[in-house]
Design a protein around this ligand. Sequence first.
Ligand SMILES: *[C@@H]1O[C@H](CO)[C@@H](O)[C@H](O)[C@H]1NC(C)=O
Ligand SMILES: *[C@@H]1O[C@H](CO)[C@@H](O)[C@H](O)[C@H]1NC(C)=O
Ligand SMILES: *[C@@H]1O[C@H](CO)[C@@H](O)[C@H](O)[C@H]1NC(C)=O
Length: 265
Amino acid sequence: MELLPLLIPSFCFLTLSGLTFGAESVTSVIVKEDDDAILPCSLSTNENIESIVFDWKKEETVQVFMYNKGDHHNNGLTDQNEQFKSRVTHFPEELKHGNASIRIKETKREDKGNYTCFFPKSRKIFKVELVVGAAPKPYVKLLKEKGLLECEVPGAYPKPTVEWQDSDNKTLFSKTLRDIEDKNRFYITIQTSVTKPGCYRCVATQMAKWHQIPSETCVPDVPEPNTGLIVAVAGLAGVLAVVVVGILVWCYFKNKKKNKQEGVV
Ligand SMILES: *[C@@H]1O[C@H](CO)[C@@H](O)[C@H](O)[C@H]1NC(C)=O
Ligand SMILES: *[C@@H]1O[C@H](CO)[C@@H](O)[C@H](O)[C@H]1NC(C)=O
Ligand SMILES: *[C@@H]1O[C@H](CO)[C@@H](O)[C@H](O)[C@H]1NC(C)=O
């Protein structure tokens, strides 16, 4: 009987999270910071749970939300942890169907962790892992003199794939300048070279269902390689060198002549 969950393919695992697999089944919920999160918890029996007790805790000790036969943390029950005050609601209409899911408003990074939904009467326990992600808009800039487009993703979680696309949504070859992780945030910078004018987008993709906010920049003209300027600078330097050497030589001979006249040499 205990082996049964292992035989069920993982896609079933998620959709059947309401079933009791003992304490081993964990449902993962990934939300973006500041979005609401629904932590699922449902009895497979679909029995009415309006007049029983269920208790949500974080890391097994922090009191998140308690429901006791109609009394709960939003209508008088005390001892809810400060972090969750006025932020957690249940779904009263769903109780009839054995659904004890809760919603956490505007998730913050510190909400991430392991939650449990416990039914004391039947001793059933459900585990939910909450992962709070961050999807910042990428910064883009045009390094005009070099004909390069740079895109910087400042601290995303989970790790995004970052790419430059042209106006036909074709992915351009790009070079990774930075790819580091710090305190569970990923910092990525990529560059691509522009070969023709047009608009280009930098897209950071984390979760397929998350709305992507691409950053766009348009290049009115492709910068010429600066050979003209280099030739001009080199030419000017050359002329200057000739003039300086000329003056030095002239001074040298003038001095020599003067010294000769004064009989020093
Ligand atoms: C329980 O209720 C929530 C909120 O309405 C819903 O998102 C979820 O799908 C429900 N779960 C089940 C198993 O019906
Ligand atoms: C949940 O618990 C597991 C096992 O202890 C741990 O590896 C994981 O990091 C925890 N999840 C979060 C989001 O803290
Ligand atoms: C490129 O992708 C965007 C967003 O995904 C879409 O709105 C647009 O129509 C696409 N353009 C082309 C040329 O496929």
